[in-house]
Design a protein around this ligand. Structure first.
Ligand code: S3P
Length: 424
């Protein structure tokens, strides 16, 4: 699907976003292995989170899904009759591998072309230390064949800042003999720790050390998924870019391990107001008011880059229009996302006449640049499709985004939502 987007002068109105992708995956998996019924409201409408539900169904969970409300009858999993399909979703294959490694059956799990090129050794290694037997194509790529085994807990220090790996080890730990300990040199999103507590696991978090006790008994819960702050990024950037913008985004997740985005934007000049914060299921949720702002630009590296890793495509667009530009370092993880995002950001910015210098672990985009109308290509990456749709609003003429349907991986309603608030 190709979409043509005309320039806009302002972003105005009030929107609510589908549920957070990261939290939806976790609730979907935990609901399927918990005893009893789990009811999830505002579950992500994205294809990735549907992949998770499809896998859990194939593993024996009874799942009903209507208009963002998901009901799961959980319990013991059973051997799937087919290869589990994680689609485009790295979160599904990596986190679910932890659960599958501990079952009393063998399973096969794979996905689309992009997923088939993403490294899985980061989960295979700690799972092997727990006693798992997993084989991958060329040793580390999907599809994976997972022979379930009785596992034992480990004390594992994450070599890469990855919430997916942390979650995989903790999910395996739910079934393991003995305590499972994960140490994080750099903090990553903590939705798994929060969700495990909600579902009844005994889990303790002190500084960057997470301890999960043996013998967790999970019970079904009724939970609300907060709006996805990573999806909000694209609307925040659009509102900041367009003069006369005034936008409210309702009920967004404000978990402190995700909201570094807001701190960073405010630090570079964004006018963002938080309109009331509540807690639901251990997660913070609040509304945002964003007005057009003069953005200075900035630099990110180290822990900040890790905290903003999904937001970088949207921030790259903002950086080009900012006063001093944007420099990103320590972001080599971007090279192994749904696409090599350093390369796909570079290609599309250059098509729009924007200067960018790339490095193996990031890029520098000078500020004060103007977007020229062009044809941009998502290359099948949802965040690239959405980032360049926003750049198109600021361009000097209509732009076409090819393979725009990729946005549906996390946010199928993205283009209609964007059009509803783009004033021309
Ligand atoms: C995610 C963690 C991040 C993020 C991904 C979702 C999660 O990946 O980029 O979109 O839900 O845990 P890594 O854990 O590989 O950094």
């Amino acid at each position: 699907m190709d979409i043509t987007i005309s320039p806009a002068r302002a972003i105005q109105g009030s929107i609510a976003l589908p549920g957070d992708k990261s939290i939806s995956h976790r609730y979907g998996m935990l609901g399927a292995i918990a005893e009893g019924v789990t009811i999830l409201h505002n579950y992500s409408t994205g294809a990735d989170c549907r992949s998770t539900l499809g896998c859990m169904e194939a593993l024996g969970a009874k799942v009903e899904h209507h208009d963002g409300k998901v009901t799961i009858q959980g319990g013991a999993l059973r051997e799937p009759k087919q290869v589990l399909d994680a689609g485009n979703s790295g979160s599904t294959i990596r986190m679910l591998s932890g659960i599958l490694a501990a079952q009393s059956f063998t399973s096969h799990i794979g996905g689309d072309e992009s997923l088939s090129g993403r490294p899985m050794s980061r989960v295979m290694k700690p799972l092997a230390q727990m006693g798992a037997e997993i084989a991958g194509r060329e040793g580390q790529f999907p599809p994976l064949t997972i022979h379930g085994r009785a596992l034992h807990g480990i004390d594992y220090t994450l070599p890469v800042a990855s919430a997916q790996v942390k979650s995989c080890v903790l999910f395996a730990g739910l079934f393991a003999k003995g305590e499972t300990i994960v140490r994080e040199p750099v903090s990553t999103r903590d939705h798994t720790e929060i969700a495990l507590k909600e579902f009844g696991a005994e889990i303790e978090v002190r500084r960057n050390v997470i301890r999960l006790a043996e013998g967790a008994r999970l019970t079904g819960r009724e939970l609300v998924v907060p709006g996805d702050i990573s999806s909000a990024t694209f609307f925040l950037v659009a509102a900041l870019l367009m003069p006369e913008s005034d936008l409210v985004i309702e009920r967004v997740g404000m978990n402190p391990t995700r909201s570094a985005l807001l701190d960073f934007l405010v630090s570079i000049g964004a006018n963002i107001q938080i309109l009331g914060v509540q807690q639901t299921g251990g997660e913070l949720i609040g509304s945002l008011r964003i007005r057009a702002s003069k953005i200075k630009g900035g630099t990110m590296h180290g822990a900040l880059t890790a905290a903003l890793i999904d937001e970088i495509p949207g921030l790259a667009v903002l950086g080009a229009a900012s006063e001093n530009g944007l420099t990103v370092r320590d972001a080599s993880e971007l090279r192994v996302k749904e696409t090599d995002r350093i390369a796909t950001i570079e290609t599309n910015l250059k098509r729009m006449g924007i200067r960018i210098e790339t490095a193996p672990d990031g890029f520098t985009i000078p500020g004060g640049q103007k977007f020229r109308a062009a044809e941009c290509d998502s290359a099948g990456d949802h965040r690239i499709a959405m980032a360049f749709a926003v750049a198109a609003l600021a361009a000097d003429g209509p732009c076409t985004i090819t393979n725009a349907g990729a946005a549906g991986v996390s946010f199928p309603e993205f283009f209609s939502t964007l059009q509803s608030i783009a004033k021309r």
